[in-house]
Every structure is written in C-alpha cells, then in structure tokens.
Design a protein around this ligand. Sequence first.
Ligand code: ZN
Length: 168
Amino acid sequence: MKCPACGKEMTHISAEDYHYLESGLDNVILRGIDVFRCPCGEEVARIPSIDELHTLIGRKLVKKNSLLNGKEIRFLRKNIGVSAQKLARQMGVDNATISRWENNKQRITKSHDLHLRLIYCNMKRIPPEEISHLIQEEFPKVQEGYTDIPTHVIPRAEWSKEHSCISS
Ligand SMILES: [Zn+2]
C-alpha cells in the first residue's frame, strides 16, 4: 500500500493493537488489525466490517453501568443515523440539550440516559429478549455520575469473520 501522504511504500504490520480514535471514542482498542506505517509518520489501519464493529461497540455502551459521556452519546446517535434535532424530539428535550450532552457541557440525567439506550436498541432492532435483559438486569446497575470506564479491547474475531489480509 502506498502512503496517502507522501506516496512511499508503507510497511505492513499484521495483528496489531489499534487505538480506534476514528470511532470518536477515546478508549477503544482493536486487537489483530492490519496496520500500514510510513516513515513519514502516516498510519493507515485496515478495519474490516465497520458496521458490525460499530454495532458491537454500541451494544457494549448500552450495557455500561455508569452514565454515558458526551462522546458515547454522540457515538450512539451517529450509529443509528439520527440527527441531533430528531433525537431531541424523540427524547422530549431541546436541540441545544443534545449538543450540551455531547460536548460534556451538561450531564445527561439517568432517565434520559436510559431512554437514549432504549431508542438505540429499538433502532438497531436488538432482539426483545436482549432488551428485556437490559431493562431488568443491566439498567438497575447503572450508577449516577460518571466513572472512568475501562478501555474496551476488542479482538477482531468478535466482529469480523473476514480473514486477515496477508499481502501487503
Ligand atoms: Zn508517508
């Protein structure tokens, strides 16, 4: 693969841990990813089945046992392809509130947080049994306030059945 920045041939490193900042989240590490590096500093990751990956991340977030932070709220909203205006209407808040939540200028309340998780599950067509489990088992564990959430290390096999690329 040629470097998109300088045109040189990049070095292929297979099965790397990749800090997936493109997700918009700070704490997602993808394990077993093909990464291409250039001496100029450019780095390109080949991430298979992005839709499946984002769904998997979303499912982890809706089970989180503390309130969603701004980046997580934005991730969930974007993953269901809903505008801030539309989400505001669905949640009974004004547009500015969504923006303040997403920019960490205002904390989401616990009931809005859980409401958002349910909207997400509904839009993603998560099976009813899984939603029931969330409501009965996971939601009662959600604590008020924010806690530092552990880094999600996601092995590639969890979301992609595609074979790792061998050629470089
Ligand atoms: Zn380069």
